[in-house]
Design a protein around this ligand. Structure first.
Ligand SMILES: Cc1cc2nc3c(=O)[nH]c(=O)nc-3n(C[C@H](O)[C@H](O)[C@H](O)COP(=O)(O)OP(=O)(O)OC[C@H]3O[C@@H](n4cnc5c(N)ncnc54)[C@H](O)[C@@H]3O)c2cc1C
Length: 324
C-alpha cells in the first residue's frame, strides 16, 4: 500500500518557475505557469480548492485531463479557464465504495469554518427493493452560513455512492447552501433510489442540526465512552430498536443500556431518568431523531442522538459493538 502524493516539480523549479506551498507548480486559470509561455497540467500543479479558496494539489486523472484540455485550448489560441476544483473522488475497496467531494470535517474545521457534519445511513434504493444496499453519507456544512463544504460516504461497490458524490460536486461547485442540496431533484424509481434521495435527506438532517431540532453526540465521544463506560456514569443509552436487537447490548452494558422500543415510547417515556444524559440509539438515526423530538415536546430535553446509528458504527468497525 502507498499513501500520499508529492508533485515532481524539480524541473520547473530548476527552470525558475514558481511553485506553491505543497510543491506544485503555480498556474493561473489558463494553466500558464509564472512564465506565460510555459503551461503545466496534471499532478504537478497546484490549483485553487473552490471550497477553502486555497491552492492545493489534486492528484486526479479526471482533473489532469481537464487541465490538459484547458492548457491545449489556450496554447491553440482559444480562451479557456479552470477556476479550481472540489476534488471529487471515488475508490473501490473490495466490496466497498468510498468517496468524497469538498472538505472532510476535520479539514473544514482546520480551515476555520464553523463546520459540522450530518451523518445518515440510508438505503441506496427503495427499502422494499430486494438488492438494496447500505449507504453512509456525511454532509459537511457551515453552521453559520449554511454553506455546504463537502460530502463523504461509503456504500456498496456499485454506482449508488458515485451518483451522490456527483450531485454534491455540482452543487458545491455552484456554491450551494444546505437548502439547495435539499431540493436537488434526484431521479427516483425503486430499482435506483428512494423517494427521498440520501443527498436530500442529508440536507434535511443538516437543516435540523442548524435549527437545533436535532442534537447529536460526537461519534468519537460516544465510541470513547462505550469503550470506557466509567468515563461518563451519568450517560444512559436509550435503545429504541426492537427489544430483541437491544438484548445483546443490555447483556453487555447492563446499567448503561436501556431498551425502550420506538412503538412503546409514548406509553413509557415517564420511566426515563431525568438526571441522566440520554443517548438515543437506533439503526440509522431517523427513529432516534423522532424520539428526540417527541421527548422534547414532553419537556425531556437532556437527549442526544447517535447519528447514523448502528449501521454507521458497524461499517466503521467500532470494537465495542456486541457480536450480532
Ligand atoms: C494506481 C493508480 C490509480 C489511480 N486511479 C485513479 C482513478 O481511479 N481516478 C482518478 O481520477 N485518478 C486516478 N489516479 C491518478 C491519475 O492516474 C493521475 O492523477 C494522472 O495520471 C495524472 O496525470 P499526469 O499527466 O499529471 O501524470 P502521469 O499520468 O503520471 O503522466 C506523466 C508521464 O510523464 C512521464 N515522465 C516522467 N518523467 C519524465 C521525463 N523526465 N521525461 C519524459 N517523460 C517523463 C511518465 O512516464 C508519465 O507517462 C490513479 C493513480 C494511480 C497511481
Amino acid at each position: 500500500m502507498a499513501v500520499g502524493v508529492r508533485p515532481r516539480s524539480e524541473l520547473a523549479v530548476a527552470a525558475g518557475l514558481q511553485v506553491g506551498m505543497r510543491g506544485g507548480i503555480t498556474v493561473n486559470s489558463r494553466m500558464q505557469t509564472s512564465d506565460p509561455d510555459i503551461y503545466a497540467a496534471g499532478d504537478c500543479v497546484e490549483i485553487p480548492h473552490l471550497v477553502s479558496g486555497k491552492r492545493t494539489v489534486f492528484p486526479l486523472g479526471s482533473l489532469a485531463n481537464r487541465e490538459g484540455r484547458v492548457a491545449a485550448d489556450n496554447i491553440a489560441g482559444m480562451v479557456s479557464e479552470l477556476k479550481g476544483a472540489v476534488g471529487s473522488f471515488i475508490v473501490k475497496a473490495f466490496d466497498l465504495a468510498v468517496g468524497c467531494v469538498g472538505l472532510p470535517l476535520a479539514t473544514a474545521q482546520a480551515e476555520g469554518f464553523a463546520a459540522d457534519i450530518s451523518w445518515s445511513s440510508p438505503m441506496d434504493r427503495a427499502h422494499f427493493f430486494p438488492d438494496r444496499g447500505l449507504l453512509n453519507i456525511g454532509l459537511v456544512f457551515d453552521r453559520k452560513s449554511r454553506k455546504v463544504l463537502g460530502l463523504q460516504g461509503a456504500g456498496p461497490a456499485n454506482d449508488a455512492l458515485s451518483v451522490r458524490i456527483d450531485a454534491a460536486a455540482a452543487a458545491i461547485t455552484a456554491g450551494a447552501i444546505i437548502d439547495d442540496i435539499g431540493i436537488i431533484e434526484m431521479a427516483y424509481a425503486p430499482p435506483f433510489n428512494s423517494a427521498i434521495d440520501p443527498v436530500n435527506a442529508a440536507a434535511y438532517i443538516a437543516d435540523n442540526l442548524c435549527l437545533g431540532l436535532m442534537r447529536q453526540i460526537n461519534l468519537a465521544d460516544f465510541n470513547g465512552w462505550m469503550a470506557d463506560p466509567s468515563s461518563h456514569p451519568d450517560w444512559l443509552v436509550i435503545d429504541v430498536r426492537h427489544a430483541i436487537e437491544a438484548e445483546p447490548y443490555m447483556a453487555k452494558y447492563g446499567g448503561q443500556w436501556l431498551s425502550l422500543p420506538y412503538d412503546q415510547i409514548r406509553a413509557r417515556y415517564g420511566e426515563l431518568p431525568v438526571d441522566k444524559q440520554l443517548v438515543i440509539f437506533c439503526n440509522a438515526g431517523s427513529r432516534s431523531f423522532e424520539v428526540q423530538v417527541f421527548l422534547a415536546q414532553c419537556g425531556i430535553k437532556n437527549t442526544v442522538v447517535v447519528p447514523g446509528g448502528f449501521n454507521l458504527l458497524h461499517r466503521m468497525g467500532v470494537g465495542w459493538l456486541p457480536v450480532e
